[in-house]
Design a protein around this ligand. Structure first.
Ligand SMILES: [Fe+2]
Length: 255
């Protein structure tokens, strides 16, 4: 089976369209899943949700999805400076005031975790677990500098065994590590990468009875269109710079 995993789209419609076109052009992808954070920071929250619904792409709840859906006091994003905190609130309030009731209902309907068993569990083969942050909270940052013991506990809490795959997002920086036969894959971000590469990122996951292999794919898209749309909206202009620099600009780069 060939899966495409798309995470952290963050209301960036041009990036999502480019990624879906890249996936469609491959013609061998059996299923697409999203890993949450569909809204926030860019001006197309409803269009992104509508496109995913039109394409019947299932997925899980990121922190931005569950906090918008429940009118929580904060998006659950980490801020390291007072200005970042201010920007975070501006994005959250903009998004909350622009999502339609239908979008909000969809965001609230997303499950926290999805387990995929390509072979039905009837014969040996990998279980693929999708979460946004970790197995407990969708706000926990599982970044590349996490220790082996942190990841081993994560695998244990999830119930992952050798051969299984644990996929997540949230940090907007793609990476992978294998520990005790369990593959940990951070699928990066479609619409707001933070690793210094502005191109949209997604993961192709191939599975068979012998295991799974992952490939990180980068897709150029019309980042100027997205940046200009941010500047023309009431969203802070800093968010345009984050997109154009792949998160290398100082404002909000950690989120
Ligand atoms: Fe995110």
């Amino acid at each position: 089976m060939h899966y495409a995993l798309i995470s952290d789209i963050h209301a960036n419609l041009p990036a999502l369209r480019a990624v879906l076109a890249d996936i469609d052009a491959r013609s061998d992808v059996d299923a697409i899943y999203h890993l949450g954070d569909l809204t926030g920071y860019a001006p197309w929250p409803n269009e992104v949700v509508d496109l995913l619904r039109d394409r019947a792409i299932p997925g899980i709840s990121g922190n931005y999805d569950s906090t918008v859906a429940t009118d929580y006091k904060h998006c659950g994003c980490r801020a390291e400076t007072p200005r970042d905190e201010e920007l975070s609130h501006l994005s959250f309030e903009w998004t909350r005031s622009h999502v339609t009731p239908e979008t909000k209902e969809y965001l609230g309907s997303l499950p926290f975790r999805v387990d995929i068993r390509p072979l039905g569990g009837h014969v040996s083969g990998p279980t693929i677990t999708l979460v946004h942050g970790n197995q407990t909270l969708n706000t926990v940052y599982v970044s590349e500098d996490r220790s082996d013991s942190f990841l081993e506990r994560m695998a244990s809490d999830i119930g992952a065994r050798a051969g299984d795959v644990v996929c997540f997002g949230h940090t907007h920086k793609p990476w992978g590590r294998t520990l005790g036969g369990v593959q940990f894959i951070n699928s990066g971000s479609v619409g707001r990468p933070k690793d210094g590469d502005w191109r949209a990122c997604y993961v192709l996951l191939t599975t068979d009875q012998s295991g799974a292999s992952a490939e990180f794919v980068r897709v150029p898209y019309d980042v100027d269109q997205a940046a200009n749309a941010i500047r023309e909206s009431d969203l802070p202009n800093e968010f345009a710079e984050v997109l154009k620099s792949g998160g290398a600009s100082p404002a909000m780069a950690h989120r």
